[in-house]
Design a binder for this molecule. Structure first.
Ligand code: PMP
Length: 359
């Protein structure tokens, strides 16, 4: 075995026990006498799997009854466009932009509807979250869209913003399942699966039922969330393997003690890494402390010429995918749910060793 600690931003590390279960069930799943990839999504076995994974997700996130859960495709990016198509008909939408993904969501909505940037932290290079009191919200907006965790810039909201009666829409791709959340505060939550849920190619959406009445009848059915809800996310063939894998991850989360327990671990992991970075006098994280992400930790070295040796040596030490996103440079450690504290400790130990001769 040569599996390493994988700090990739997504697709990202999965719990090893989940991969082992998938491996052991690869040829024959349950009573199906076939792989889960080889059976009909409309057969009773798969329908049972679909129901069970939804029930497990509902339990983990304590999703209220008046919310639908959808298992969709297209990546979060497709839903940047599809969300305004469904929910912003005849109205403009407000966007809070605290990083590259919020910016992209806003850009993708523009061909579909009028958008207004109600707040942005671009002027600080996305290292802060604008004070809630400075947001210029339109009380008649169709919704307020924000990105609770910005994967590239490493900026995370530590609170759910109050936006009054306007539905709050959250791209939770990179921090869903990392902590308990009060779903009732949201109109729509959506997330690509390839960080804390499973494999890419699956998007989980949690949508308040009353909002589905807004979905226009004159868009293609396949883009219509109300149609997807009415058809249990099976308007066409869903990503069956991705759905199965998500179900395994939900079982793993339950076995680990649920989201309150996972949150404790994530806090300990983030504290360990930021604590070292801040005390090192060598590495730097540019994000304002109150806005730092528990999931994605970007950091720079004192001199860019050290980046290449850092990456080479870290890989040799069994620490993978630490290269930062090209938009911000430097390094980034993504420490999602599947990264154990031992992995973060191994990273910190390596960072200390690297800093010594280079400091
Ligand atoms: N939103 C966020 C917060 C992301 O981190 C990503 C991917 N890294 C996306 C959206 C885009 O997801 P996808 O590639 O699944 O479209």
């Amino acid at each position: 075995m040569s599996r390493t600690y994988n700090f990739a931003a997504g697709p990202a590390a999965l719990p090893e026990s989940v991969l082992r279960t998938a491996q052991s069930e690869m040829l024959e799943w349950g009573k199906a006498h076939a792989s889960v990839m080889e059976i009909s999504h409309r057969g009773k076995d798969f329908i049972a799997l679909a129901h069970e994974s939804e029930a497990d997700l509902r339990k983990l996130l304590q999703i209220p009854q008046n919310y639908k859960v959808l298992f969709l495709q297209g990546g979060a990016t497709q839903h940047f466009a599809q969300i305004p198509m469904n929910f912003a008909v005849g109205k403009s939408a407000d966007y809070i932009v605290t990083g590259a993904w919020g910016e992209k969501a806003c850009k993708e909505a523009k061909p579909v509807t009028n958008v207004q940037i109600a707040a942005s932290s671009e002027s600080t290079n996305f290292t802060t979250i604008p004070e809630r009191s400075t947001w210029k919200l339109d009380p008649n907006a169709a919704y307020v869209h924000y990105t609770p965790n910005e994967t590239i810039h490493g900026v995370e909201f530590q609170y759910i913003p109050d936006v009054g009666d306007v539905p709050l829409v959250a791209d939770m791709s990179s921090n869903i399942m990392s902590r308990p959340i009060d779903v009732s505060k949201f109109g729509v939550i959506y997330a690509g699966a390839q960080k804390n849920i499973g494999a890419s190619g699956l998007v989980v959406m949690i949508v308040r039922e009353d909002l589905l009445a807004r979905c226009p009848k004159d868009i293609p059915k396949i883009f219509n969330y109300a149609e997807q809800a009415a058809n249990d996310s099976m308007l066409n063939t869903p990503n069956t393997f991705g759905w199965y894998l998500a179900g395994l991850v939900f079982k793993w989360l339950e076995a680990e003690g649920g989201l309150a327990q996972i949150e404790k671990r994530n806090i300990a992991k983030a504290d360990l890494l930021y604590g070292y970075i801040d005390s090192s006098g060598f590495y730097k994280n540019p994000v304002e402390k109150s806005a730092r992400s528990r999931m994605n930790v970007p950091f720079t070295l004192p001199n860019e010429v050290l980046d290449a040796p850092f990456l080479k040596e870290s890989e040799a030490a069994g620490l993978m995918a630490l290269k930062g996103h090209r938009a911000v440079g430097g390094m980034r450690a993504s420490i999602y749910n599947a990264i154990p504290i031992e992995g973060v400790q191994a990273l910190v130990n390596f960072m200390k060793d690297f800093a010594k001769p280079n400091g």
